[in-house]
Ligand binder design. Sequence first.
Ligand code: PEP
Ligand code: MG
Length: 600
Amino acid sequence: MKSEARRAKRRGVRRPPGEGERTFEGLAVSPGIAIGSAHLHEAGNVAVPERTVEAGDVEAERGRFEAAVQKSLRQLAKLNSKSSTLPPNVAEEIGFLLDAHVQMLSQSRLVRGVERRIVENRLNAETAVQAEIAAIAEGFAAMEDAYLSARVQDVRDVGARLIRNLTQTPYQAFKNLPEGSIVVSEEITPADTALMDPETLAGFCTALGGAEGHTAIMARAMGLPAVLGVAGLVGTVRSHDTVIVDGTAGRVIIRPTASTLESYEARRLEFVREQRQLARLAKLPAVTRDGVEVTLEVNIELPRELESARAVEAAGIGLLRTEFMFMNRDDIPDEDEQAKMLTEIVQGMEGRPVTIRTLDVGGEKLASALGSEADPGANPALGLRAIRLSLSRPELLETQLAAMLRAAAHGPVRILLPMIATVAEVREVRLILAKVARRLVRRGTRLPDPLPPLGAMIEVPGAALAADALAQVCDFFAIGTNDLTMYTLAIDRGDEQVAHLYNPLHPAVLRLIQFTTEAALRNRISVSLCGEIAGDPRFTGLLLGLGIRELSMSPIKLPRVKQRVRSIELAAATTRAHAIMDQSDQARISALLDDFNAER
Ligand code: PEP
Ligand code: MG
């Protein structure tokens, strides 16, 4: 680019976003076609908690601010590297914008000003950011300079990013959107997704996020078409543009022409028709051609998903992710409230088993009500997450277990522990469970006898390798291939930059699944698989062939998996699974599997 044009850009003279149809590719994370009007989801308007900081806490507050700056820089670097896949002129345009934001976070007036306000005025970091942004914006406005006034929005954007990273607050902005809106955002957290109402929203698309992260899982749970990891989206779409989200192909089209619209409308109707046909399978049993029964259950997060579990005639709930009941609120639900929510689900399943998992907060799933203990730490996926957090806060765990035991009086319940790595963790929970049960009996609460089975998620490679030992202390296993794949291959499941490397068909992952299944069978305890591959018919034959007979998945996925189960001959699937387990090359494994699937 010519240097004058470059300077013009630096002066804030940006080209308006291009007119006409544009197509973007991303990750297909939740199937279906959505056509609607764009709602740009901005990072602003986050409620800022104001407080003064004790003298002894000033350093810690500076540390929080520094961590938010670093996280913001990481996010900007990620956005920058994503934009390199775009046409050069668009990439350059976005590059300038992101560079400006990076500069504002690098020993700038903004950073120094916020630090000064924390240290001298003892303000908490969020308030200090807000005050400094307001002061800078006011100063710019007074200068009446076109270049600087164009920078004001950048300053505000950077401030909003910092505050969002500091508060870890989800957006609350999905209410009152016109029906059929499509949310377009840089990033949507799992907690944000839990606030979406599939009755009003048509779908969503984001620049960041991987296919196996919890945002993707929630999108599937709600049946909302979604495409994540779309480079160049933000900055090109304008509010109220018509947007097509093709969650099946991983494509987003903005400002489509009349003929594109027509063809996607036809595809949308075809998808709806297909779903209706699959729904007819609900009444049919999940049995292979050679008569082997398979238990198909669902993963749910919130009581409102109960209806979809019943609609597909699930054999039970194989995974209830209770952490979603702790999100988007300032307080922790007490025992009565938790017991009420869980009882509603247990009663709603009318005698079919409900597997309730204790809190799996941490990593990418944050619940602001849990405060600093749920701080992601330097290495969130390896930090104080899941059962580790529960054991470090026994009052949290005891309340959850008490609520589960109370719900268990209304129907069959199994208690599941996330991220178990050692036998000692299970033993410790067993002792706590017994203590909680005694306390409830003293209170006169009716409890099931025997107490509900206690099982472990097998999602840490070390737990899979120690499956024989864990089977001695567990009543059942649930294999969590989402995390198992992430930890085995060292690939962040929620990071779109490495999404292409995330492969549950890696021989190491398959061996861990096989070893865990065989250890469960040897020790006569039941084993299910509740990672996302359970809901992908491509994997069904392989998983049955490895000995799995219980699969738990998003309700939307169950009909297709049932269809696949009914087309499989278990003897042939077992032979093929053995052949696959003899391979070391992922491409060969894929080919053997696809070839088997094609033989229907
Ligand atoms: C898993 O890790 O496979 C799993 C089912 O748990 P989550 O997706 O909630 O981490
Ligand atoms: Mg997991």
